[in-house]
Structures are given as C-alpha cells and as structure tokens.
Design a protein around this ligand. Structure first.
Ligand code: SAH
Length: 263
C-alpha cells in the first residue's frame, strides 16, 4: 500500500480551531469533527476523492441503517471514518460498497454492516453505551479500530500478522487518533496487563471464544464474536458476575479464521 495521494494529514490546529465553534463537545464528538474536517479542508489534487467519498459514505451509512443498525453514535462514527484510506488505491472505488475487501495476507477489511452491528451490540450495555476501555482482536488494516475510537475512551487492538500490524500503524498515523493503542501479538491471550475491558470485539472467527478473553471483561462488559468454521454465528457474551456469563446467538456472519500465535 503506498502513501500516495490518499491521505489527508490532519493538522492539529484544525482540531483546536474548529473545536471552539462547537458547543459542549465530548472527546468522541471532537474526534469525529476532526475527521470530518479532514474531509472538507483538503485542497489540491486530493480534493475530488474525499468530496465524492463524503457522499458515498453517507449512502453506505444509509444502507447500514436500512439493514437494521439503529445506534445513532455508531452511524455517525461510520460516517466520520474515511474507509477508502484503509484500503489499497486500486480498490478505493469499492471502499463504500457493503462488502469485505482484501487487505493482503489472505485477510480482509470487514464489511461495513458487520462492523457497525458489532459495535452497536457492544454499546447496548447497562451503562447507556458508555465504554471506557475496549479491545479488538484482529486489527487488520485498522478500520474498525478507527470507528471504535469514536465510541470508546480507550481502544486497544491486537494483530498477529506483523505486516498488517505495520499497515494499520501507517494507516492510522496520519489520522492522529490519540486513543488507539496497537499491539502485535496473539489476541487469543487478550491483554491481561491492561484488562479489564468494558467491551471486546473479535474480528476473526474461532470454534469457541478463548477463556482468557472472557476473564478480561468487566462485570457488565460485553464481548461480541463470530463463532464457527464454515458456518458462523455472531455471539454476544455478557459477563454478569465474577463467574457468570450469558451467551446469546445473534445472526449469521462470515469472518476470516481466528488463529493462534504470531507470524
Ligand atoms: N478489524 C479489521 C478486520 C481484519 S480481518 C477491520 O477493520 O476490517 C481479521 C484480522 O484478525 C486479520 O488481520 C487476522 O490476521 C487477525 N487475527 C486472526 N487471529 C488473530 C489472533 N489470534 N490475534 C490477533 N489477530 C488475529
């Protein structure tokens, strides 16, 4: 993936300047505004794509909403993140199609609908959606981490394939998102050193959810994960006590496999 003309470094000044115009911004809404400003403030040859992308991104979000995602914060966050910046330029024209796309190393960027759906389910907690610390297993190109950064205070994301971990770093760096921490490692082990998490999302499907991850949920925390092989179902596991979890099965889904170890 090249650094070509598909990136729009966001000057910090644009965040600070614009912020004063906005009444009562939360950190999440400030970051969202910052990302939106990155779209409109770009000039020169890069201009055409972002301006077009804003309209097609709105259409993508409208489709996601039509498919049943209702959470307004999730929809606004999907609208704010420029998905085309996470995929190689040759595929950029498909960035806002509701499909998964290849990102190399036999992995894919997840379909917009399922990204939105998983975050919506994770946010539907007993704290009215408030999320302090969340964990994503399977950073891939970093797209879902960017969306998560707008709904949670702190986002940790683990990737087991080194070049993809590096790709996510280089995709996210110009966006200057302060609340994402990327880790290279085996996500099946979680991150015990920073646990517990209010939410955990798995972007890859195992035959079962690793016990280590269940142990790293706060009480009241929600884990959303695809489970299965050829046929997969999306599961929600809510921790309701120190030794008690409730598992519900939500819908069919299709993810790349969850694998142990690092490469
Ligand atoms: N979150 C990405 C989706 C990436 S695809 C997005 O925004 O689109 C799923 C990713 O999970 C792949 O990059 C794959 O390498 C990774 N993965 C699979 N098993 C893993 C594990 N045990 N630990 C960390 N990452 C894993």
């Amino acid at each position: 993936m090249s650094d070509g003309n598909k990136r729009f470094p966001l000057p910090l000044s644009s965040v600070v300047d614009k912020k004063s115009k906005t009444v009562q911004q939360t950190p999440a809404s400030a970051r969202r505004t910052a990302m939106q400003e990155a779209v409109v403030s770009t000039s020169g040859p890069e201009r055409a794509l972002p301006l077009v992308s804003e309209a097609v991104r709105k259409a993508m979000v409208a489709r996601v909403a039509k498919q049943g995602v209702k959470d307004a914060l999730v929809l606004a966050s999907m609208e704010a993140v420029q998905r085309h910046l996470f995929i190689e330029p040759g595929l950029a024209s498909q960035a806002y199609v509701d499909a998964s796309l290849p990102i190399g190393y036999h992995q894919t960027i997840s379909q917009p609908y399922i990204v939105a759906r998983m975050i919506e389910v994770m946010r539907d907690n007993r704290n009215g959606g408030a999320l302090n610390r969340v964990l994503e297993i399977g950073t891939g190109c970093g797209y879902q981490a960017a969306v998560l950064s707008l709904v949670a205070k702190e986002v940790y994301s683990i990737e087991r394939i080194k070049p993809l971990h590096e790709l996510a770093k280089s995709n996210l760096r110009p966006m200057r998102i302060a609340n994402i921490r990327l880790h290279y490692g085996d996500g099946m082990l979680g991150l015990p050193q920073v646990a517990p998490f209010d939410g955990i999302i798995l972007a890859a499907a195992g035959m079962e959810v690793p016990q280590a991850l269940l142990e790293q949920l706060t009480i009241g925390g929600r884990l959303v994960a695809p489970v299965g092989g050829r046929h997969q179902m999306l599961h929600l596991i809510e921790r309701v006590g120190s030794n008690e979890w409730i598992n519900s099965t939500l819908e069919d889904c299709h993810f790349v496999p969850l694998r142990a170890g690092t490469v």
